[in-house]
Design a protein around this ligand. Structure first.
Ligand SMILES: [Zn+2]
Length: 256
């Protein structure tokens, strides 16, 4: 019995995360177009048919409809169920890593904003300031609720990556985008300096590999830019869950 209750509990957590990320799909679609995302039901971009309530079951509905609009048959991007699945998995990871505590809610709220940042930056090469403000609000609320790390670690986190990025960009114009710099300031206040540095290291590593791939396959020239925000967001998510272990392992390399 206990086993079945556990499975049901984790299924509920997954569906809650997927449902919230289903709403984030709407935010990612509407925010750059400056359409209100709190008013107006979701509708098909091809035929304008309003989605029915039973079409809003995350993940499963897309597979049930085989990725097509119920009314006009237009293809619905695989990105929607993929983002919803990501939301479910992230919700499970938050509960697994932090337990049913304020930490888990803070981490999930942080990951919600990071997901919107990553997708909008990938789509438009811009990070809206409103999202950076949301990160600051989440960091300050988490701080006020006594969520780790301590305030000194948070304040160092605010500047330890963002200021070097700013200085580098002043020396080499275009090194980093203004949005990336603000992102790492606000996120640093949430993560604290240790995880913020870890996140930056992971972002440079993965972004660098991607950049080499683009050059090698001649998809982009040397002078062209690609959105770095998604790599920063993935780096921060990885640091949030596994940063402590990664740091312990890295530091252990220096203990002979
Ligand atoms: Zn349609």
């Amino acid at each position: 019995m206990i086993y079945i209750a556990n499975v049901f509990f984790y299924f509920l957590i997954f569906m809650a995360g997927a449902g919230i990320f289903s709403f984030l799909n709407v935010v990612v679609y509407r925010l750059p177009k400056k359409i209100s995302f709190v008013s107006g039901r979701s509708h098909c971009p091809s035929c304008d048919a309003t989605l029915r309530w039973y079409d809003m079951v995350p993940v499963f509905n897309w597979f049930y409809l085989r990725g097509k609009c119920r009314d006009c048959g237009a293809r619905i991007s695989f990105r929607y169920p993929a983002v919803e699945t990501l939301g479910g998995v992230l919700a499970l990871l938050c509960v697994h890593r932090f337990g049913l505590e304020a930490e888990a809610i803070a981490a999930f709220a942080f990951l919600c904003v990071l997901t919107v940042v990553a997708l909008i930056d990938a789509d438009t090469m811009e990070i809206p300031n409103g999202l950076v403000i949301w990160l600051l609000v989440i960091a300050i609320v988490a701080w006020a609720c006594g969520v780790e790390p301590a305030w000194k670690d948070r304040l160092i986190g605010l500047v330890c990556v963002s200021v070097p990025m700013l200085l580098l960009t002043l020396a080499i114009p275009g090194a980093f985008g203004g949005g990336d710099i603000k992102l790492m300031g606000a996120a640093g206040l949430f993560l604290g300096w240790k995880l913020c540095l870890t996140a930056m290291f992971l972002a440079i590593l993965t972004g660098g590999i991607y950049g080499i791939y683009l050059l090698a396959t001649r998809k982009k020239g040397k002078k062209e830019h690609f959105a770095f925000g998604p790599f920063l967001c993935v780096g921060m998510a990885a640091a949030l869950f596994w940063g402590e272990q990664l740091l312990d392992w890295y530091l252990s390399l220096y203990h002979f």
